[in-house]
Design a binder for this molecule. Structure first.
Ligand SMILES: NC(=O)c1ccc[n+]([C@@H]2O[C@H](COP(=O)([O-])OP(=O)(O)OC[C@H]3O[C@@H](n4cnc5c(N)ncnc54)[C@H](O)[C@@H]3O)[C@@H](O)[C@H]2O)c1
Length: 380
């Protein structure tokens, strides 16, 4: 008999994130010694056959075809929201009212106003909550956080981030519906700003502190696309590309760019931070490495080091293989689950919680507002 406490998980949405989260819930107990053991109690999808097939493949004990059933079931402790952005608030508000813990995919909400209602709801209900900004839990990115917090970079001058893709260049690509909801502003809220820059902003705030003001430009290169749900050609309401400048509270300058029109790039998330004493670079395509330049090195050997983040004294790495053997994308989700389970055992929040994710939501809102007004906008 296991002495562990069960945590019954109800997953809503079985697409890309449904798979990464299910994988994480299943694996976490094999690698992390935790008080709580997740049980894949139920998965919800709207198509019964597909949901049953998913449940069988990933080991869920039961299925539902309406998320309200997941939220209202007495045998569910935590609701894991893996559905498009326009559904996050409705599901989270109901889950909080039912007293469930909530793990919500990013971005928290369609906009900050909606996000505020979600923060109020989880705070009123007193339920554990977190938002899946999983890149924080890439060991190399967590290591960057440690190095910055130790003061190794000194005063920070610049923060630069990119998130580049190329999958929407064809004007024949429709918008809306399964797989393409990201192109439909009614489902996504925004384009690359909420989808990709939200990640960059979350990491940036975590590593470098709050953002005070922004100035942005956006472009929608393909103005009309066939809508899968209506069958008609409709206006495209999302931003295909977004670039913005900002000032951080610590005085450093930020430069961010995201697009789905950078031919050749599939998911190139990079950031570089330049400090008085040292600089750091990270690249999602080589996610187990951290590039580090230390001006304090003897000048004869000074240069960019490529640190292979696999040793046991590096973040999370004592849980995996032996030094020299790397881990990848899926493990960032395992780490978030592990931290969440540890957080509930200790009664501590797992960051970013809804309250913290609302801050990056406010930056996204300010970016979109600035692009529209062509003015600098202070972040609320
Ligand atoms: N953390 C990350 O790195 C990351 C990466 C990708 C997506 N996301 C976020 O995860 C969420 C889902 O994205 P995805 O890529 O998994 O999308 P997806 O299209 O692959 O999957 C979405 C799933 O939600 C289901 N769904 C939609 N409406 C539903 C409803 N009312 N009830 C039940 N199920 C419903 C769909 O059928 C599908 O199974 C989005 O908010 C997205 O921004 C985060």
């Amino acid at each position: 008999m296991s002495s562990k406490k069960d945590l019954n998980v109800g997953l809503v949405g079985y697409g890309f994130m449904g798979r990464t989260h299910s994988n994480a819930w299943r694996k976490v107990g094999n690698f992390f010694d935790l008080e709580y053991a997740p049980r894949l109690k139920a998965v919800c999808g709207r198509d019964r056959n597909n949901t049953e097939a998913f449940a069988a493949q990933w080991g869920y004990e039961s299925i539902e075809t309406d998320w309200k059933a997941i939220v209202n079931r007495d045998d569910i402790d935590a609701v894991d929201i893996c559905t498009p952005n326009n559904t996050h608030a409705e599901i989270a508000l109901a889950a909080a009212a039912a007293g469930k813990m909530i793990l919500c995919e990013k971005p928290l909400s369609m906009n900050a106003e909606e996000g505020k209602t979600m923060v109020e709801a989880v705070e009123k209900a007193g339920v554990a909550n977190t938002v899946w900004y999983n890149y924080r839990r890439t060991p190399a990115v967590t290591l960057a956080k440690q190095l910055i917090d130790e003061g190794r970079l000194g005063k920070i001058f610049h923060y630069r981030a990119n998130f580049l893709q190329d999958w929407t260049i064809s004007s024949d690509l429709p918008q809306g519906g399964a797989g393409l909801w990201r192109l439909d502003v009614k489902a996504a809220g925004s384009g690359v700003t909420g989808d990709l820059l939200a990640h960059c902003i979350d990491t940036a705030i975590w590593l470098n502190g709050g953002i005070g003001e922004v100035t942005a430009m956006t472009e929608t290169f393909i103005k009309q696309r066939m809508h899968n749900l209506t069958g008609k050609v409709e206006e495209v309401g999302i931003d295909d590309a977004c670039s913005f400048l900002c000032r951080f509270g610590n005085g450093s300058l930020g430069l961010f760019e995201s697009t789905r029109y950078a031919r050749g790039h599939k998911a190139l998330y990079t950031f570089e931070i330049n400090g008085e004493k040292a600089s750091i670079k990270w690249d999602l395509h080589d996610l187990h490495r951290l590039e580090y330049f230390d001006h304090g090195d003897d000048s004869r050997v000074r240069g960019w080091r490529s640190v292979h983040v696999t040793d046991g004294d590096m973040p999370y790495m004592d849980k995996w293989w032996v030094p020299g053997l790397q881990i990848g994308y899926e493990h960032t989700f395992v780490h978030q689950v592990a931290d969440f389970l540890e957080g509930i055992a200790k009664g501590e929040p797992t960051k970013p919680d809804f309250k913290e994710a609302l801050i990056s939501q406010k930056v996204c809102d300010a970016v979109l507002q600035s692009a529209q007004s062509r003015q600098w906008v202070a972040v609320d």
